[in-house]
Design a protein around this ligand. Sequence first.
Ligand code: AMP
Length: 172
Amino acid sequence: MEHFKKYINEIKDFPKEGIVFKDINPIYKDPKILKELMVPLEKLIATSKPDYIAGIESRGFISASALAFKLELGFIPIRKPKKLPGKVIGINYKLEYGEDRLEIQLNSFDKDSKIIIIDDLLATGGTASAAGSLIRNAGGSLIGYAFLMELTDLQGRKKLESNLIVESLIKF
Ligand code: AMP
């Protein structure tokens, strides 16, 4: 997986000062490289057999929806507040400074449906952990998480339940 790093640009102080943003767009632009990167996730999802793939807005949507299409699974968007129409269920979670919120549509899936959550990057784990609680609160059976990238020093996986799948492809 190390060889994928040359396709990831590091942008300093984006979106705010102090963050080194991992820009994975060069991989999305190259269909061969993207296909190669997706193979382990395809295998993981094919063997763990979820009913749905949930993607976290917005960069999580890209790989989650591609995998859902390829594996013929339903896709559930986990969105920022006030984006989804109709009745929603949401969860607030703490950021380094302030608070954020994620929402899904009420009755997005049948009770106890097996769901895997996908996002582009695992940093502190706050977003993924909140997304997991949201799926559970909505009655889903959370089977785990998959990320394209992980910032291992931030130890985000410690925030995620250890009995679940927590897979990341490219580790920094
Ligand atoms: P966290 O909740 O700290 O695990 O942050 C994860 C979320 O923030 C993911 O949805 C990422 O898209 C985004 N994120 C955090 N840090 C970075 C980074 N260095 N580069 C790109 N995206 C990031």
